[in-house]
Design a protein around this ligand. Structure first.
Ligand SMILES: Cc1ncc(COP(=O)(O)O)c(C=O)c1O
Length: 399
């Protein structure tokens, strides 16, 4: 067996299942599960239709690189969305389709890490657990970093010593972040890119929540925009990852893409050719349709905006809630231990939320997820109101 497997922690949902085994939910209330970040709105009909219309392509092997039409669509979307210099991305060189960003975020570490040198990988804390597993299975040591935003900066970057930076080969960032909803500011991203050049590491920017935001006037910016503002339209050492799962309510389609530094992309393509993870052509057609339409994405944002408004209204009399900048999670402070809070809410109100501790690691005797729960507001606005109403009742009971 691969000895690195023993280093992997159980996934947060396994921990949650274990936590709940000895407990029974309040059966008089309907169950509401807000623990998983899986959109509950239906996948738009035109995306499903595009899959159906292209089922004949099942007769052929797809290309790992994807069809040219798909790569052109992905490049067009990225250039427009982030207002990048014209022609700075070439569909032949700078982009690859992936079967959802989860596998891609994992595979990039396997491609880039050289484990013969004490490799280190910086990951945000709290985080999406794939970063940690990807680093460990690539033979690297995770460095859990506090990447919170303070006044347009990411001061946690300054806390990493030069000696550590020398060993860092890859940095994962998540912007907008799961679970906090924070968007990393351009100034902080530009500083990170400077560090990447100074210490020779790769930035993997997970931007799968980039299209779920609340202020239509200021969509979140990302790593490629920051590189462009640094005057680098080769995007060197930078990769951005985008997904249709949240943007288009299509987590089952398994469609995303990676875009950025053409040199890394070429190595990644080599890795992926062996990995055998080409995207089915019917999925490619559905992806072209989805990335070419913004109406359904705007409708989606309107729904999340309503869900958050409903939730805030219900809980406001007990606890002031900060609406995140983006993504669809409430990262709610809890007046008691987060595991106890989750168990109590399950038993009293039949609502499932994720204890914050499960999404972070203890550093210097502090777990940044402690006394928080992650509430995924993915249900309909009406169901989110009902859930928030019950959470408020529960908060009142325990305070
Ligand atoms: C932060 C983050 N990154 C990546 C993913 C993976 O998304 P997908 O594989 O569906 O593109 C998720 C899924 O929940 C996520 O929360």
């Amino acid at each position: 067996m691969n000895s690195h497997l023993t280093k992997l922690q159980p996934y947060p949902f396994e921990k949650l299942k274990a936590l709940f085994t000895a407990h029974t939910p309040n059966q008089s209330l309907t169950a509401i599960n807000l623990s998983i970040g899986e959109p509950k709105a239906p996948t738009p009909a035109f995306i499903k239709q595009a899959v159906q219309d292209n089922l004949d392509t099942l007769a052929n092997y797809p290309l790992t690189k994807g069809n040219p039409e798909l790569r052109e669509t992905l490049v067009r979307w990225t250039l427009e969305r982030f207002n990048l210099p014209e022609h700075s991305l070439d569909p032949e060189l700078h982009v690859l389709p992936v079967n959802g960003t989860r596998e891609a975020l994992f595979a990039i570490a396997q491609t880039c890490i050289d484990s013969s040198h004490n490799a280190k990988v910086v990951i945000p804390n709290p985080f999406y657990q794939i970063y940690e597993g990807a680093a460990l299975l690539a033979g690297a040591q995770p460095v859990y970093a506090d990447l919170r935003v303070v006044e347009n900066d990411i001061p946690g970057l300054d806390e990493i010593s030069d000696a550590t930076w020398q060993q860092v080969q890859l940095v994962y960032i998540c912007t907008p972040a799961n679970p906090t909803g924070e968007v990393l500011p351009l100034q902080g991203l530009r500083k990170l890119i400077d560090l990447a050049h100074r210490h020779d590491f790769i930035i993997v920017s997970d931007e799968c929540y980039s299209e779920i935001y609340f202020d239509e006037q200021s969509p979140p910016q990302g790593i490629l925009r920051a590189a462009a503002e640094n005057g680098d339209s080769n995007y060197s050492r930078c990769l951005a990852f985008y997904s249709l799962s949240k943007r288009s309510n299509a987590p089952g389609l398994r469609s995303g893409f990676v875009v950025g530094d053409s040199n890394i992309i070429q190595h990644y393509l080599k890795y992926r050719t062996y990995h055998g993870c080409a995207m089915p052509v019917s999925t490619q057609h559905a992806s072209i349709a989805a990335w070419s339409d913004e109406h359904h994405v705007k409708d989606n944002r309107d729904r999340y905006r309503q869900s958050f408004a409903n939730a805030v209204e219900e809980i406001a009399d007990t606890q002031a809630i900060q609406i995140p900048q983006a993504a669809f999670y409430l990262w709610l402070p809890t007046p008691i231990d987060d595991e106890d809070f989750a168990v109590g809410l399950y038993c009293e109100q039949n609502i499932v939320v994720l204890p914050g501790k499960y999404l972070a690691r203890e550093v210097d005797n502090r777990n940044p997820g402690a006394n928080r729960v992650r509430i995924a507001l993915v249900a309909s606005p009406t169901e989110c109101r009902e859930a928030a109403h019950r959470i408020n009742k529960y908060l009142k009971n325990i305070s």
